[in-house]
Design a protein around this ligand. Structure first.
Ligand SMILES: Cc1cc2nc3c(=O)[nH]c(=O)nc-3n(C[C@H](O)[C@H](O)[C@H](O)COP(=O)(O)O)c2cc1C
Length: 186
């Protein structure tokens, strides 16, 4: 084993005790569970709990991720913003399917949110732009606020025995169904 591998193997995993995700506690709506976990991450002092990895795809199918900030959640979806002319902006224009991956290490929780990214109005985008610390009084026609409209969630609660609990929610029309994911999980 290389020195690096042995160093990596010795790194501590999650703090104890970890929360437990029980079937009987699962809400019908994934938004309720997401908000519960987000608020828990804010309350337990997690650094940038609203930061996540957003994944898009290149035209050849190559997946690409980068860190973004979640701005809000409403009926339109999970808001984020960026430059329309950025690589991700161009990728979204060609293929609006995107995923977010949140990882809250303090509680061993991961959530993947998948759906279509929808461009919100110019008014909403400019309001967002004007709220940025770098705002210098001028609108930015390249700035775009989007909402990811989810059709799929996967919630993962880590367990110290590595038998992680995973629950998938799927949108079927207007209703959500959920089930345990039983494929191997690390
Ligand atoms: C903590 C953190 C938060 C970030 N938030 C945003 C964001 O909300 N919007 C954004 O456009 N870029 C954000 N970035 C920068 C992106 O990760 C990325 O480097 C940049 O947007 C260019 O991505 P692209 O070339 O894939 O389009 C953030 C980076 C970090 C580390």
């Amino acid at each position: 084993m290389s020195e690096l591998e042995s160093l990596l193997r010795r790194l501590p995993a999650f703090p104890e005790p970890l929360p437990v995700l029980r079937d009987e506690d699962l809400p019908d709506s994934p938004h309720e569970l997401f908000l519960d976990w987000l608020h828990a991450a804010i309350d337990n002092g997690s650094r940038q709990p609203h930061a996540m990895t957003m994944l898009t795809s290149r035209p050849d199918g190559t997946p690409v991720g980068r860190t973004l900030i979640l701005k809000d959640i409403d009926d339109a979806g999970y808001h984020f913003s960026t430059h329309r002319s950025s690589r991700k902006g161009i990728e979204i224009a060609a293929n609006p399917r995107v995923s977010f991956v949140f990882f809250w290490r303090e509680s061993g929780r991961q959530v993947r949110v998948t759906g279509d990214a929808i461009a919100l109005s110019e008014e909403v985008s400019q309001l967002d732009w004007s709220g940025r610390p770098s705002y210098a009084g001028e609108p930015n026609p390249d700035w775009q606020r989007y909402a990811l409209r989810p059709d799929e969630f996967e919630f993962m609660q880590a367990r110290l025995d590595r038998n992680h609990t995973r629950i998938e929610y799927r949108r079927d029309g207007g209703a959500w169904t959920h089930a345990r994911v039983t494929t191997p999980a690390g």
